[in-house]
Design a protein around this ligand. Structure first.
Ligand SMILES: Nc1nc2c(c(=O)[nH]1)N(C=O)[C@@H](CNc1ccc(C(=O)N[C@@H](CCC(=O)O)C(=O)O)cc1)CN2
Ligand SMILES: Nc1ncnc2c1ncn2[C@@H]1O[C@H](COP(=O)(O)OP(=O)(O)OP(=O)(O)O)[C@@H](O)[C@H]1O
Length: 215
């Protein structure tokens, strides 16, 4: 796919949230379908290239036009069954997530924002130190790998709990912006970001871009 939507500007997190929530909300069903499919294909190639044993992923709010990670999860369950999938649950009233192993049998319940989460009593709690790769939700990201989410700070609290070798891979329907103006000391940069157009890579803090065909 080719992008005609490059954003060469610098904005605050608050403005980026508004702008990219809007851009996401106006994507038509067919466009969402195509972008989701291409991102899932790229993500599966990316995953295969690292042979992780354990992947953490958000569970999507598809009606809010989040990236449909169920396409990725379903394919892993079908063709890479040895990979353990872990999904988060927000501990109500806190800025913290807990994390559960999910299988096709896992009972999911919606939290107060409508986000599907593993039911905590019947699901198996996971060991965060086992996670090899994290598929990270975002609204916008910049060319240095910093991201903007819904503003809860959940992922910036979660990343330092993970082992340092865990690969943080963002998923985005859109290209990066030039700069997020108001980063703070808690912001943790991504290692990779997969868009429908290319896979960005910042491992070892060298901002580089892989060509479109590479995982
Ligand atoms: N699918 C999914 N799961 C995820 C995340 C995500 O981005 N996507 N999160 C990523 O961190 C965490 C949830 N983060 C959230 C942070 C703030 C608000 C929030 O403040 N919501 C507003 C309403 C937002 C709206 O619907 O426009 C509110 O409660 O007023 C919601 C979720 C954990 N699980
Ligand atoms: N590890 C942390 N310890 C304390 N405060 C934190 C930490 N991480 C983030 N915060 C604070 O949480 C608030 C929200 O952070 P930010 O705006 O970066 O959220 P976000 O990355 O958009 O949200 P999310 O990670 O949930 O998608 C900010 O005030 C930030 O300083």
């Amino acid at each position: 796919m080719c992008s005609t939507e490059n954003y060469y500007y610098s904005m605050t997190k608050e403005l980026l949230r508004k702008e990219f929530l809007l851009r996401r909300s106006v994507l038509k069903t067919e466009e969402l379908h195509v972008r989701n499919r291409v991102i899932a294909e790229r993500a599966l190639l990316h995953i295969s290239s690292f042979s992780p044993t354990s992947i953490h992923t958000f569970l999507p709010q598809v009606d809010k036009h989040e990236i449909n990670t169920m396409l990725i999860i379903g394919e892993i369950w079908r063709s890479l069954p040895n990979i353990q999938i872990i999904a988060p649950r927000v501990i109500p009233g806190t800025p913290t997530m807990e994390h559960f192993v999910i299988t096709p049998e896992t009972i999911l319940v919606e939290n107060k924002w409508g986000i599907p989460e593993p039911e905590p009593i019947t699901s198996q709690i996971s060991d965060i130190q086992e996670i090899d790769m994290i598929l990270v939700p975002l609204l916008a990201f910049d060319i240095n790998g910093f991201r903007v989410g819904y503003g809860g700070g959940f992922y910036d609290r979660f990343f330092p709990q993970c082992k340092s070798s865990a690969i943080k891979t963002g998923l985005s329907f859109f290209d990066p912006v030039q700069e997020i103006e108001n980063l703070d000391k808690f912001d943790v940069a991504l290692d990779y970001c997969i868009t429908p157009y290319q896979t960005f890579h910042w491992r070892h803090s060298i901002a580089s871009q892989l060509s479109g065909d590479q995982p």
